[in-house]
Ligand binder design. Structure first.
Ligand code: HAM
Length: 430
């Protein structure tokens, strides 16, 4: 029978990969908590309208990448393509935004019908951070410092660069859009089909066109930086000064516009050259109009999300994961015939005394020599070998053999009463 396979672009994350995921997730969790951010969780399905109204009708995500369907009640729902809109919806719905500051974070799968390639998938994972009620630029700097600390902790800092831009207010971009439209209308015949369609609906998206003839045309087009209003310039200048004060390197990239419509003012991306085409590992910016746009009271917001798959790829390729991360077993228990009950009870008492020690008891019987082969393959550093001793009553265990599985391959024998203190010496962190 033909086997059913996973959906294209949706990955299984296998047991040999999950340790790196856990290492990344726990490091991020530790860092965001160090800045006193609180976790929020929201559903993977939302009303399609939420994403149309926030990300924008004329964006790649909404036009061609959403997994949308009518449910049994005829309501149009979409798998979330990102978390910011959901976070705003949830926080506003539960009254977390009214006259308050919030520092929130979330993690989980997102869904976009993109063409899969290395670093780009249809189900992928983000860890996102959103801060509400602060107009910045101090909070913007805090978010950037948080990400910089994370790269430092993960050993990725030498391999990422920070790019920033000021994209002005929505009104600035409208004016710029009109100027751009006037310019492009003069050259309409030279535009590619996609750009022609966008000319009326969202001329700014034409700037992202990959078509070389369109890009050539844009060389002489008006530039956004000539349209951004004075207070956004001041905000941006304060932000860049604070980053210099904090010794954070950055590049101002006037072409950085982002593919979601809700941004204003400051946007940023952390980019690596280590991954090929999909090099943006973390991206975000301010979205001061979004809460109001979704029906709430005007509340400033800023945030970012990082792509977990891309960071895992980086950690693997640059080999920056501590070697201990991939080790999943510390102690393997090999059990002589008839001793299973006692061995299990012994393992339980060790787990009580040393809760962080990872103990795998052999199950399924068989020769001790075969069990020891499994012990080597498990990656454990030692095996405890339980066998009934010659001369003692069947089943009585007084001494335990410790077989070191590393390079030194020593054997030693300890009495059962001394076992825990011996293990505590061998595994001081457990
Ligand atoms: P975004 O730039 O669309 O922004 O996505 C953020 C990050 O998610 C990207 O930089 C990338 O690392 C990862 N990512 C996006 N699409 C894929 C994909 N198909 N496969 C693998 N990784 C992907 C947002 O989603 C905004 N919500 C970020 C934000 C939060 N802005 C403010 N707050």
């Amino acid at each position: 029978m033909k086997k059913i396979q996973a959906i294209r672009g949706m990955n299984d994350i296998l047991p040999n990969e999950t340790p790196v995921w856990q290492y990344l997730e726990s490091t991020v969790q530790r860092v965001v908590q160090a800045y006193a951010y609180q976790e929020i969780r929201f559903p993977v399905l939302e009303q399609t309208q939420l994403f149309k109204r926030s990300i924008g009708e004329v964006t790649d995500i909404v036009e061609k990448e959403m997994y949308s369907f009518d449910d049994r009640n005829g309501e149009n729902l979409s798998l979330r393509p990102e978390g910011t809109a959901c976070c705003v919806r949830a926080a506003d719905e539960h009254g977390l935004l009214y006259n308050q500051q919030q520092r929130l974070w979330y993690k989980g799968p997102m869904f976009r019908y993109e063409r899969p390639q290395k670093g780009r998938y249809r189900q992928f994972h983000q860890i996102g951070v959103e801060a509400f009620g602060m107009t910045g630029p101090d909070i913007d700097v805090e978010l950037i410092l948080l990400t910089a600390r994370l790269w430092q902790e993960l050993g990725l800092q030498p391999h990422v660069r920070l790019e920033l831009n000021n994209i002005g207010t929505a009104a600035d971009r409208r004016q710029f859009g009109e100027a751009l439209m006037t310019f492009l209308q003069k050259h309409e015949d030279e535009l590619d089909a996609d750009s022609k369609r966008r000319l009326q609906s969202n001329p700014l998206r034409i700037l992202d066109s990959k078509v070389p003839s369109t890009q050539a045309l844009l060389v002489d087009a008006p530039v956004l930086s000539d349209f951004v209003s004075a207070d956004t310039v001041e905000h941006f200048e304060q932000l860049t000064q604070m980053l210099r004060d904090a010794n954070i390197d950055f590049i101002v990239n006037p072409k950085l516009v982002r593919g979601l419509d809700y941004y204003n003012n400051m946007v940023f991306e952390w980019i690596t050259d280590a991954l090929g085409a999909q090099g943006t590992v973390c991206a975000g910016g301010r979205y001061d109009g979004l809460v109001e746009q979704l029906g709430g009271r005007a509340t400033p917001g800023v945030g970012f999300a990082m792509g977990v798959e891309r960071l895992v790829l980086m950690l693997e390729e640059l080999n920056t994961v501590p070697t201990t991360v991939k080790q999943q077993v510390d102690v393997f228990v090999a059990i002589g015939s008839g001793l299973t009950g006692q061995a299990m009870a012994l393992a339980e008492s060790i787990r009580t005394a040393m809760p962080a020690l990872r103990i795998q008891c052999h199950c399924g019987g068989g020769k001790l020599s075969n069990q020891l082969k499994r012990a080597f393959n498990s990656g454990a550093s030692i095996a405890l070998v339980l066998e009934s001793e010659l001369g003692s009553a069947a089943g009585a265990i007084n001494d335990i053999k410790i077989r070191h599985l590393g390079e030194d391959a020593r054997n030693e024998t300890v009495s059962i009463n001394e076992l825990v203190s011996k293990l505590q010496a061998l595994f001081p962190n457990a």
